[in-house]
Design a protein around this ligand. Sequence first.
Ligand SMILES: N[C@@H](CCC(=O)N[C@@H](CS)C(=O)NCC(=O)O)C(=O)O
Length: 206
Amino acid sequence: MPRIILTYFDIDGSRGETARLAMHIAGIAFEDRRIARKDWAAVRDQYPFQSLPVLEVDGKTIAQSNAINRYVGKLAGLYPKDDWQAARVDEVMDAVEDISVKIGSTFALEGEAKQKAREALAAGALARFLQQLNARLEAGGGEWFAENRLTVADIKCYLWVRWLKSGALDHIPADIVDRHAPLLAKHLERVKNHPKIAAYYAARGK
Ligand SMILES: N[C@@H](CCC(=O)N[C@@H](CS)C(=O)NCC(=O)O)C(=O)O
């Protein structure tokens, strides 16, 4: 087996978590290297693109979360071999990146500017995005995005929806998913209750 190190921040979510979960589900041994935010500035230049996650396999590194998700997804059997199904997985993962970047751009704002930007997102791009993603899920049969089974797209989407529904984002109503994407709300529960995922978070006390 190759020696695998996944480096990400010390949080149980966001861009590094899909690969972590995929490797846990498949029982792939890896070092879960977690960087504290306070240490980041000192080590940032060691990493390609000065960002995380980064995956190291037998001493060679690769960055960019979706590239990592595809690679790990293939190792874990959670990425389709069929090209069309694989493209459907890629579409969802890239779309989640797009909307995450849009939401992320509001983090630098303060006060009224942040409120306005978030309310505009909630009423516009985010609502539309949720409806589109809901439609994609429906096109895949309603339960999973591709191949009628769990793939890395489901994991990535689950993590993003979990974040949205957590109420952690000021000025974005926590019920936005239920209102615009009822299938995604059910999908969240489906992925959350996957035995390996439920056991993983239970072991982490989450
Ligand atoms: N397109 C990149 C974005 C990576 C990214 O922005 N990562 C964030 C954490 S989720 C990061 O490293 N932030 C630290 C910084 O920008 O200094 C990917 O998908 O991996």
